[in-house]
Structures are given as C-alpha cells and as structure tokens.
Design a protein around this ligand. Structure first.
Ligand code: DGJ
Length: 748
C-alpha cells in the first residue's frame, strides 16, 4: 500500500518517490533535489511512476519566467509541496509557522529520513481513526529538520487497506535548548497545480436550528476559508470542505474532501494564486493560537482525513461514512443497534416531577421504546435556564427518590434510563460557582459574558477536569444509567485561565479541547456500557472528535420534519446516518409552527438514531398507534439504512424534493426515501434516477407508500437511466420505496 522508489542517478541526484495507495486512489510525494518534499499527485489510482524527474514532471517555472527556459530551476513559491514553511522563499500560507527564540520565522526544512510500518499509531490525547490489526493499515513517517534552527517535524501518513482515505497529521519537536513558539500548524496541506478555475469550494454552513447546509461556490483567487474561533467546532462552519471539479455533481466527477477530527477551533480552506495553483489546508485554528514548545517537547496535531472520489460528492461521503462508522467510532456501541428512546425535553422542558416522568415513560414503553431520557432540569434548583449548572445532585422537590429511585422505577417498567448533563458549564447561581468562581473561564478584572445565562468551565485546569469526572462518575456508579446526553450550550468568551502563564495563554483553546478529550476518555472507558450521545444546542459540535468518544450526536434542536430532513441531508456529506440522533416531536412543531403527519415525522427521523421527544402521556390512542407504526418502520427499514451505501439524489437545498437512496451492504435491498418540502398544486411528477444498481439485474418494488407501485419490476439500467416517477404530496410528505434485487431473466 505504501511504496518508496529509491534511485541514485548517474548525475549524483537521488530520486525518491513515495506512493501511497488505497483501493481506488493514489497519493504521491517526492523529493526535489535531495531534500525538498514535494507533492506529485493525488487522485484516482494510477500505477506507481517508474521514474521521477521533478524538473520535468512538475511545473516549477515562475510567473514571468520564460516557459521556453524549462531547463532553469524554478522559484520555490510555485513548487507544489506537501509540507511548507513561510518566507524561504515560499510566501503562501504554510503548513507550519514557527517563531524561534531569536525572533526569526523564515524556515526551510529538509528531508532527513523516513520509515514505513504496518498499523497506525495512536495520537496521544487526541481522537483518531484506528487500525484494529497491523495488516489493516500502513503508516509512512517522514522526518524533516530545519536547516538552521533546532526543530524537527515528523509527517504521518496512514492508508487503510479497505478505505479510500489518506490520514495525515504531524508532530513538531524542539530539538534545541531554547524554547520556540508554534504560530500556525496545519494537519495537512496539499498543493494542487493549475487547478484554481476548474474547482468549486464546497462547505457546510449553518446556525442554531439550521445546521450544515451544503454551500457550493467557485474557488476564486485569494483565500477561501471556513473556521471556528468559538472554542467548539461550531454551527457556523463544520471542520470540512471539499474541492469539486466544475463538472462534478453528487454522483459523478472528481471530489477531494478534507475533514479534521477535532472539536474546537479550526481553520480550513484554500489559497489560490494568480497562476491557479491552489494550496488546500486544514488544521487547528490559527487565529489567537500559539503554542510554546520547550526543549525536548513534542506537539502532536489532530488528524486530517482526506478523501478523493471520482464518483461525486456522494462517493466521497460513502468513504467517510464507512471509515467513521467502523474505524473512528469505538466500543460496545460501535456496531450495536442503539436504543430507540423517548426524551422529555420538548414535552415538559423544566416542568416535571417523578410522577409526570414515569407517566411519559409508561407510554414510551407502550409504544415499544427501549429507553427513557430525563433531559435538563433534574438537578438542584434547576427550574429554568438561569441556575444550577455544576450542581449535579437530584432536585429533591422534583425527584424525591433521587436519580437512583427514578432510574429504578423506569427499569421496573422494562426500560433503560438515560440522563442529561451539561458538564462543561457552570451557572453563576450555583453552589459550584460560589465555591470556585475561578473555575469559570474569565479574564481577571473583566466582566464575564453570559451565554444562556451560564459560564464555561476552564477545562485547561486539571482540577476542573478531575471534578467533572468525579461528579459524573458518582452518579453513573450510583444509579442504573444506561445513556448520557452530553450537552454544551454556549461557546467561549473571555477565554483565559489563572493557571496559564502569559506566554502560554495562546494555548487556551486547544488545551480546553485536550481537557475535554481527557474527561471523555476517562468516563467512556470507566463506563463502557453507557451509550453517550453528544449535543451542543443541537448540532453545534458535530465532528469526528466527538464521534470518537460518543458514537451519536443530537443533530439539531430543530425537530420540524421538513427542516430536519435538510439538516440530515447536509450532515450526511461527511457523517454517517447512524451517528445522527433524530427524534419525532409533537405538532405544531415548537420551532417552526409547522404541522406534518406523524408518519412523515417518523420518516424524517428514520435514517438516524430514532426516538421521540414529546409528552407521550398527552398523546391520544390514535397518536400512540401512529407512533408504534413509526417505530415498526424504523426497526424494519431505518436500521437497514444505518449501514447502507448512501446516494443523495435530490437536494432540499436546490429544489422542492429531497431524495435519499440507501443500497444495503449485500446490494440486494435498496431503499428510496423521498420528501416533498412544500405542497405544490399541479406539480409535475418528480423523476428520480437511481444509482449504485446492477444494470444487469432487475429490481422489484416490494414495499411502497404510494399506491400502485408495489410489484413493479424495473431493470437496474432502466432505473439508472430513465429513473422512476412519483407525484407530490402535502408539506413534508415522505414516501418510502423498497426494491429487492431479482436476477434478470436469461436472454432468449
Ligand atoms: C439544548 C439541547 O440541544 C436540547 O435538546 C435540550 O437538551 C436543551 N439544551 C436542554 O437545556
């Protein structure tokens, strides 16, 4: 999978070429001269080149230099690199920018050595994809050293035998006696030569309740960047972008995806120059970031996952889905079907007591659900969002028998019990804040800004992290809690810590995330049977870092079926459906006021991790019956969708119909889920062309919501080329069609 071509040429030059291969892609690096690491190729799999003369094979001439003088070594500013520094002489945004003790930042790093080995190393303190055995993956480490100052970097590249992804990260080491400062460190940069005008930049933008919309725009000259400066990976941008060739779409064409496995500040984008060279970069947020590295210390970056597909954006997504489902998510819950649950938040908000909760759980049991989740408001004095965060002790008025007493009652109903926490927060009105005001993020002498009436705890401090681990461990050890919803309802402000010296204050944001990861690692290993679900006012921190610890995330606070379908559609660009918490709520919807049938609400939640989020005790018999029907559909079809190959066929961001196709692992069953966003009168029928089918097989519709379809037989080629048609519906109406593959009859 990783090969290194070494040749000593007669003219004394050394040729060295590293070819990284995945099942369908190649990634090639080489040495320019003896020691400059250059990027040669990334894309569809090609045979490893037999020879490499960078002066001939790379466009190294400088703008203004005669293209006829191709014997003249070029100016390095246009050289395509895989690792770059600034100012010697490259002037583009670099992979690594250091400030040495003498104030110098220009640096040139030279190749020193490399090694190739089976497996994938763990990244200390950071979430990462993993290999279960050494023959699943191979890793290339390339060591470079600064020619002038005492700094070394190790570039890590891993390829998996079964996934079309290139995993990259970097270690920076201080090999000298003086400290230096890292001012910018990307996990990966890739230089695409002469590519600018042929690519579009695709990213996932959003806001609270409107997460991860797919945005596509031409890649112009200059910078095109997405980022977070909020401390969390954020609603506003996801740590992801893709470069799509102009003629690429969901099903066809070349697409390069870049995703950072990280939950905090990030920067990701492209710098395109006047001669259309594009440097793509992704890594830790560089704004307000610095990291002091003492003599002998090593800094490890988070990892970036690069995916190339020539099967369009959906092709790229399928690679991310399989990799993240199987080699990022971990533990007992990775492959297991999760709990179908009922959560009381939209049903009761803060107004409940034990009786009301048990009544909701009883109805949940009648519907057939596995687990009840008690959301916000269960702890000491918490009757609205103005107090008590940090005081993780049951409120005696609401829960006279404590969490344990309630959990045992729920278990006696034959259900599991789950509990909400917001562990990273403290309310100014709380015992915790009274005892430890300095544990909240703050700048001495400056008023702390409240967000949802609360402050964030300073997770750069070991004592704060230990306290969080202890408070949660006490409850999880005492009561039968089978599921934890881990919420986080605000972002950073006044981000500083009393314990960080001035020269380390630029480390705050990353140290916070490292603190969070330490807490999550401890709790998830201590309680391996508990299912953890991430949440951040919905999907404000939906990223691979969280998925490493918690295999599912509450996708959005918007539970309206029309909006939710679109949010899931956008989220699926990177993240698999089985990581998306998705619930049916009451109508009119609390966020949008829209009324959509229970069946359609169920269908919108069906591809994700399913549940209900309403006051089930207030439901009529008719509604309970529909809820049971939704759950049955989920168990019959939704769980199949979790591991299926996804094709996005029609985008809610571009038209009135959202259509998803799921081809099950064995290729035998294909599910088509459609949603009409808004009712259109006299609408033309929607044509959908399916994908991923065997053109030589037939497909019979064995289940259809719409009359007249069941029993229809289509050719795989017919469905791919001519497609199928269906008519509209009311606002938010969904339809499911299930196809079964049939052997095509022998030709006569
Ligand atoms: C925000 C979450 O996204 C909601 O689901 C709910 O848990 C509330 N917080 C509770 O405060």
């Amino acid at each position: 999978m990783i090969d290194c071509l070494n040749k000593d040429l007669e003219n004394g030059n050394v040729v060295r070429l590293f070819t990284l291969e995945t099942p369908h892609t190649s990634y090639i690096l080489g040495l320019l001269g003896e020691d400059q690491l250059v990027h040669v190729y990334y894309g569809k799999k090609i045979r490893a080149p037999k020879s490499f003369d960078p002066w001939k094979k790379l466009p190294l001439f400088y703008l203004g230099q005669s293209p006829h003088r191709d014997d003249v070594p070029g100016f390095q500013e246009v050289t395509p690199y895989d690792f770059s520094t600034f100012g010697a002489p490259d002037l583009r945004l670099p992979t690594l920018h250091l400030r040495y003790a003498d104030g110098v930042s220009a640096a040139r790093f030279a190749y020193k050595e490399h090694k190739i080995y089976g497996g994938k190393p763990k990244l200390k303190g950071l979430p990462a994809t993993y290999a279960e055995t050494d023959d699943e993956a191979q890793t290339l480490e390339i060591v470079l050293a600064d020619e002038l100052h005492d700094a070394r970097v190790t570039l890590l590249y891993t390829v998996f035998a079964r996934h079309d992804a290139i995993i990259r990260s970097m270690r920076v080491e201080n090999t000298g006696s003086e400290p230096f400062t890292i001012e910018r460190v990307m996990s990966a940069t890739v230089d695409f030569v002469g590519a600018g005008s042929s690519y579009d930049f695709v990213h996932l933008d959003g806001a609270w309740g409107r997460e991860r919309r797919i945005v596509r725009k031409p890649l112009g000259n200059g910078l095109q960047e997405v980022f977070s400066r909020r401390g969390l990976s954020s609603f506003q941008h996801n740590p992801f972008f893709a470069l799509m060739e102009k003629n690429a779409d969901e099903l066809h064409g070349r697409v390069y995806g870049f995703n950072l496995v990280y939950s905090g500040n990030f920067t990701a984008g492209c710098e395109a120059d006047a001669i259309e060279n594009v440097r793509a970069y992704i890594g830790l947020g560089d704004f307000n970031f610095s990291w002091r590295l003492e003599s002998g210390e090593i800094f490890q970056t988070p990892e970036a996952v690069l995916v190339f597909s020539d099967e369009g954006l959906s092709g790229m997504s399928r690679v991310y889905h399989k990799l993240y489902r199987t080699r990022l998510c971990r533990g007992r819950w990775r492959d297991a079907e999760r709990y179908a649950l009922i959560n009381n938040w939209e049903g009761t908000q803060f107004t409940f007591d034990e009786q009301r909760i048990v009544a909701i759980a009883e109805k949940g049991k009648e519907i057939g659900l596995d687990l009840f989740v008690l959301d916000d408001g269960w702890f000491k004095g918490r009757n609205n969002d103005k107090s008590s965060l940090g005081d993780w002790i049951a409120d005696e008025t609401k829960l006279p028998h404590g969490v344990k007493g309630l959990a045992e009652r729920i278990e006696a109903l034959g259900m599991k019990f789950g509990l909400w926490f917001e562990p990273e927060m403290v309310s100014p009105d709380s015992d915790l804040y009274l005892a430890h005001p300095d544990w909240a993020m703050h700048v001495n002498g400056m008023k702390a800004s409240l967000g949802r009436n609360q402050l964030m705890l300073d997770l750069t401090r070991g004592d704060v992290c230990d306290h969080i681990v202890k408070s949660l461990s006490d409850i999880l050890s005492d009561a039968p809690v089978s599921y934890v919803k881990w919420d986080c309802n605000r972002c950073f402000s006044e981000a500083a810590s009393d314990l960080l010296p001035p020269e380390r204050m630029g480390e705050f944001a990353h140290r916070y995330v490292l603190g969070l990861y330490r807490i999550l690692e401890t709790l998830t290993s201590r309680f391996p049977d508990v299912l953890f679900e991430g949440c951040s006012s919905g999907g404000g921190r939906f990223d691979g870092g969280i998925l490493y610890y918690m295999p599912q995330i509450w996708t959005s606070d918007c539970t309206d079926a029309v909006e939710r379908f679109a949010i899931e559609y956008g989220t699926s660009v990177v993240y698999p459906f089985n990581t998306m918490g998705s619930h049916v709520s009451a109508v009119p919807n609390q966020q949008t006021g829209r009324t959509v049938s229970m069946k359609s609400r169920g269908d919108a939640a069906m591809p994700g991790q399913f549940g209900f989020e309403l006051d089930a005790a207030a439901m009529s018999d008719e509604e309970i019956k529909s809820a049971k029907m939704c759950l049955d559909r989920y168990r019959q079809f939704g769980e199949l969708m979790h591991k299926a190959d996804l094709y996005r066929l029609s985008s809610p961001f571009e038209g009135n119909d959202a259509v998803l196709e799921f081809v099950c692992e064995d290729g035998e069953t294909v599910l088509l889920l459609t949603e009409k966003r808004f009712c259109e009168l006299s609408a033309v029928g929607k044509r959908v062309r399916l994908a991923g089918l065997d053109p030589n097989a037939d497909y019979e519709i064995v289940f259809a919501d719409k009359p007249g379809y069941k029993g229809l037989l289509y050719g795989g080629d017919e469905l791919t080329e001519n497609g199928m048609f269906f008519q509209g519906g009311r606002d938010g109406d969904t339809a499911l069609f299930v196809f079964q593959k049939r052997p095509a009859p022998e030709k006569e």
